[in-house]
Design a protein around this ligand. Structure first.
Ligand SMILES: C[S@@+](CC[C@H](N)C(=O)[O-])C[C@H]1O[C@@H](n2cnc3c(N)ncnc32)[C@H](O)[C@@H]1O
Ligand SMILES: [Zn+2]
Length: 364
């Protein structure tokens, strides 16, 4: 098999030569996903694992994620991929970087051991691997995961979302935020079966993927409380939107029937202090790309108000001139509200103002 070499972060790897990135290559490697791995390294550094913190790169492919965790975060990494060609390549790539680490060729759901960090980076949806992940996560641990099935989560394939996530998606201007919330909600419900509670410390979406990072803790009481963070997202044609624990069939703003998504996570989808630490970690590594840092900074400053307002959509509904996003944020702040940009959309704002005040601001 002809190989070609890549350097990513501090790691060097060899992968089968490819024309186009596809899941059908003998061993998968997507150079574009360096974006996600750059952020993961800063997350790994920000969580400050206890000594002997074991990390499993559960769906390793070429091993690039795990290699970078060893080289850039000094982690103790276990590699796993059920594809024997991937396992052979990981062995080779470890040698290329003068490293040694355990490699297994199991189906991820049959991996054994206990880990402080489980990273699952599959093709498509991570739901098939959630039971496997919670089985091997210790108390006080972390789950990192990727979802690339955004067409299901954003409502392009409603039945697929229902099957995989047991959730009804909704196409609307803030669909991508709902997608992240549906994913987090599913992870929380799956964890609850094992008396485990999850807390999202960072989550974001970019192009075709979602990446989410969770703190995982054991305890029945804690898990019961976590489940109170599940509920509905309501959307109305008038621009009203809300997350709520119980369903509201009629819009409190205009009296029309609303549309909704359910069940999904209605609480915070990140911990701003933790994201600040990731930003600091990221900035301490001057060899990394700028783009992921830009995204991290937007997420860091994003208000924890659920469901953003799309300024273009509102301007269209109410036939007013479209203001610049920064102007809208400034105006909302002048009126005494909290407001921020959002990584979900460059033409949207997050704010604690309700629809009436947002419209007042838009009209001014
Ligand atoms: C998207 S690739 C991983 C990419 C890699 N983490 C990276 O950053 O480049 C998904 C990998 O999961 C492996 N895989 C798929 N199903 C699996 C299973 N049930 N158990 C273990 N590995 C599996 C595939 O062989 C493939 O290498
Ligand atoms: Zn309404």
């Amino acid at each position: 098999m002809e190989l070609c070499e890549f350097t990513e972060g501090r790691a060097k790897i060899e992968v089968p030569k490819f024309e186009k990135v596809t899941a059908k290559t003998p061993v998968f490697y997507n150079p574009k996903m360096a974006f996600s791995r750059d952020i993961s390294v800063s997350v790994m550094n920000a969580i400050k694992l206890k000594e002997s913190g074991k990390v499993i790169d559960g769906l390793s492919g070429s091993g690039i994620r795990g290699l970078r965790y060893i080289l850039e975060s000094n982690s103790e990494v276990y590699f796993n991929d059920h594809n024997p060609a991937a396992a052979r390549l990981i062995e080779r790539n470890l040698k290329l970087n003068s490293l040694e680490a355990p490699i297994t060729k199991s189906d991820f759901n049959h991996v054994y051991g206990k880990f402080e960090v489980v990273d699952i980076d599959p093709f498509g949806s991570p739901v098939r691997f959630l039971d496997g992940a919670f089985r091997i996560l210790k108390n006080d641990s972390y789950l990192f995961l990727t979802a690339t099935d955004t067409s299901a989560l954003t409502g392009a394939h409603v039945s697929s979302c229902k099957r995989k996530y047991d959730s009804k998606p909704l196409k609307c201007s803030f669909t991508h935020e709902l997608a992240v919330r549906i994913l987090i909600g599913k992870v929380a419900r799956n964890a609850a079966k094992y008396n485990l509670s999850v807390r999202p410390i960072l989550s974001y979406t970019k192009e075709h993927f979602i990446r989410a990072y969770f703190e995982v803790k054991y305890g029945k009481e804690r898990t019961n409380k976590t489940l109170n963070n599940l509920g509905f997202a309501i959307n109305c044609k008038c621009g009203y939107r809300e997350v709520t624990a119980s369903f509201i069939p009629v819009c409190p703003n205009c009296g029309e029937k609303v549309s909704f998504s359910h069940p999904l996570w209605i609480s915070n989808i990140k911990d701003s202090k933790f994201v600040s630490n990731c930003v600091k970690e990221y900035e301490s590594r001057d060899f990394l790309n700028e783009k992921p840092l830009e995204l991290l900074k937007v997420v860091e400053n994003e208000l924890d108000a659920p469901l953003f307002y799309d300024i273009h959509e509102l301007s269209h509904i109410y036939k007013v001139k479209i203001p610049k996003t920064e102007e809208m944020i400034k105006k909302l702040k002048e009126l005494g509200f909290d407001a921020s940009a959002t990584h979900f959309s460059p033409v949207s704002v997050k704010t604690n103002a309700d629809i009436k005040d947002v419209l007042r601001c838009l009209n001014e």
